[in-house]
Design a protein around this ligand. Structure first.
Ligand SMILES: NC(=O)c1ccc[n+]([C@@H]2O[C@H](COP(=O)([O-])OP(=O)(O)OC[C@H]3O[C@@H](n4cnc5c(N)ncnc54)[C@H](O)[C@@H]3O)[C@@H](O)[C@H]2O)c1
Length: 347
């Protein structure tokens, strides 16, 4: 089923739905946005007009029923993803789904048959794989620049706790499935190996939680130690509040050397004064830090559809990250290392 130009419908028009819409309009000419669906779409009328999006629906089923739509981009809260995926499969619409694919691995697995039988293409929104810095790290590892990979360390912190509304609708599924999910995928991506075992510890340390203000507060800081099938080790540091901005660093140690990447800045300027050397603050959050990655991932999705090839990442990647998150949750609860095979006995 080859397509000439991709007509897409966006389901969920909040932070990331709007960002994708803007990126498509500005930078991805091979995609056109036919419609948007959101139960609160009236709040976004001005943006719809500005982006010249012709149709909007309160109910995503109406959007999915539109014959001219080839694919849906799911950017609604986590707990809506599974039903939308199944419904899109029934209507033969290709799917780009924001992370996490589902709120549990069981839910994700319940979509497997629909995805396989319908034959629709599915891409999960692990945008960091499309970031020029992280993809360069992967290329250097793959080409053997640092020899045999031994240790992968990821440091990932948000600048501030999410808004209460986000915590209510999406963040409540917990730090491992909401936030570390990107980092589980990044460890798999950089190492090229599957996760075998997870050991996690976490705490409530951020100011909103400490002040008891976070009505829907949950664990906000975590360390996760990973054993990979290759024998290499991984470590993820997550925190929902880094006061200086979006902390996104990684370091990979191999038998022949080391790769590291630092945070990115709005400009390359260094300020040298008698008393100190300084720079502007690091990029504030995901919209700035991963601006290129968001464009690249949708460009890749469009190319897979237009050229009828398999998306670069899909269901198995979405599931693997969810399984790692569930292993981390169990490890925290039972205070022990947890194998992925305990979560999904057949893996
Ligand atoms: N890849 C990334 O870097 C990244 C960044 C942010 C968010 N996300 C993911 O994107 C999704 C949305 O997050 P967000 O930050 O944009 O949240 P958000 O709360 O800003 O937006 C969600 C939108 O979905 C709408 N919505 C609620 N129920 C709906 C339904 N049944 N059908 C259609 N729309 C519905 C809401 O009204 C809201 O406008 C989440 O899964 C989140 O994890 C990914």
């Amino acid at each position: 089923m080859s397509i000439k130009k991709l007509n897409i419908g966006i389901i969920g028009f909040g932070r990331i739905g709007q960002l994708h819409a803007q990126n498509i309009r500005r930078s991805i000419p091979e995609i056109s946005i036919s419609a948007v669906s959101d139960p609160f779409i009236e709040k976004s009328q001005a943006i719809l007009e500005n982006l010249e999006i012709p149709n909007s629906y309160l109910d995503y089923e109406e959007l999915i029923a539109q014959k001219n739509i080839d694919a849906v981009l799911i950017a609604s809260p986590h707990d809506t993803h599974t039903d939308i995926i199944k419904s899109a499969c029934k209507a033969n619409k290709h799917i780009f789904c924001e992370k996490p694919m589902s709120i549990s691995s069981l839910d994700a697995l319940s979509c497997k048959a629909s995805l396989e039988h319908s034959g629709v293409k599915f891409q999960i929104g692990f945008n960091r794989r499309f970031d020029p810095t992280f993809s360069s790290m992967r290329k250097n590892i793959e080409s053997g620049k640092i020899g045999d990979l031994r240790m992968v360390t990821i440091l990932s912190a948000d600048p501030a706790m999410p808004a209460k509304e986000y915590m209510k609708t999406s963040g409540h599924i917990g730090i491992f499935k909401d936030m570390s999910i990107h980092d589980f995928d990044m460890i798999r991506f950089l190492s090229g190996s599957e996760i075998e075992e997870v050991t996690a510890t976490a705490a409530m340390l951020c100011s909103a939680n400490k002040a008891g203000k976070a009505e829907f507060g949950n664990l906000d800081s975590a360390y996760t130690v990973i054993k990979l099938k290759s024998g290499a080790l991984g470590m993820i540091q997550n925190c929902r509040e880094a006061v200086f901005g979006y902390d996104q660093r990684a370091e990979v140690l191999g038998s022949l050397g080391m790769l590291s990447c630092e945070n990115e800045y709005p400009s390359a300027v260094h300020i040298f004064r008698k008393e100190a050397h300084s720079r502007e603050p690091v990029q504030y959050f995901f919209l700035e830090r991963y601006a290129k990655a968001y464009v690249n991932e949708l460009h890749a999705f469009a190319q897979a559809l237009l050229q009828d090839t398999k998306p670069l990442l899909g269901f198995e990647d979405a599931l693997a990250a969810l399984l790692a998150a569930e292993a981390a949750e169990r490890s925290l609860k039972e205070r022990r290392p947890v194998k992925i095979s305990e979560i999904l006995p057949s893996s």
